[in-house]
Design a protein. Structure first.
Length: 172
C-alpha cells in the first residue's frame, strides 16, 4: 500500500510542477444556502454535504440522517435546487451556489408542510431515521405531480428505504 501511495504522491507532485491541477489540502471557506439562509462554513474539500450540515455548521442541521453513508437508503436526502439528492454522496464544495433544502426548511413545528402534517396524521414514522428522506423526496415529487397515483408515489420513493416497514403508511 505504501508503495502505491508513494507512486500517487510523486505523480501528484510532478503534475502540479508541470502546471497541471493542484492538489488541494487544508480547509476552504465556503458559503452554503441552507433553508433560505446563507451559512458560512470552513471544510476540507473532501467533506460531504451531509457531514457539513450535521457537524460543521453552527448550529447543525440534523434532519438529514447518516445511515448507510453509501447513497443506498435515502435517509440523508436533501433538495438541491428542488431536486432530491443524497447528501452523503455530494461534496459540500459542490453545493455552493445551490439552494439546499432539508426537512427543516419544508416547515416548522408551528407550521408544518402538508407532507409533514400527513406523516403525523397517518402515523407514517416509527424510528424516524428514514422520515426526513421520505418527506423531502415526496415533497419534491408533489411539486412536479400534485395528484399522483399510489404507483407513482411508490416509484418516486424507490431510492428511500425504511427498515421498520412503514411503507403502507408512508405511501398514504
Amino acid at each position: 500500500g505504501a508503495a502505491v501511495f508513494d507512486k500517487f504522491w510523486i505523480e501528484a507532485d510532478a503534475n502540479e510542477q508541470a502546471g497541471g491541477p493542484k492538489v488541494v489540502s487544508g480547509s476552504v471557506k465556503i458559503t452554503l444556502d441552507v433553508n433560505g439562509q446563507r451559512r458560512p462554513v470552513e471544510v476540507e474539500p473532501r467533506t460531504t454535504l451531509l457531514n457539513t450540515l450535521r457537524n460543521r455548521l453552527e448550529p447543525g442541521v440534523t434532519g438529514p440522517k447518516l445511515v448507510c453513508d453509501a447513497g443506498t437508503c435515502g435517509a440523508c436526502t436533501v433538495l438541491l435546487d428542488g431536486k432530491p439528492a443524497y447528501s452523503c454522496l455530494v461534496l459540500a464544495i459542490d453545493a455552493v451556489n445551490k439552494k439546499i433544502t432539508t426537512v427543516e426548511g419544508l416547515g416548522a413545528p408551528e407550521k408544518l408542510s402538508p407532507v409533514q402534517a400527513a406523516f403525523i396524521e397517518k402515523d407514517a414514522l416509527m424510528c424516524g431515521f428514514c422520515t426526513p428522506g421520505f418527506v423531502t423526496t415526496i415533497s419534491a415529487y408533489l411539486k412536479k405531480n400534485p395528484n399522483p397515483s399510489m404507483a407513482e408515489i411508490r416509484e418516486a420513493c424507490k431510492g428511500n428505504f425504511c427498515r421498520c416497514g412503514t411503507y403502507p403508511r408512508v405511501f398514504e
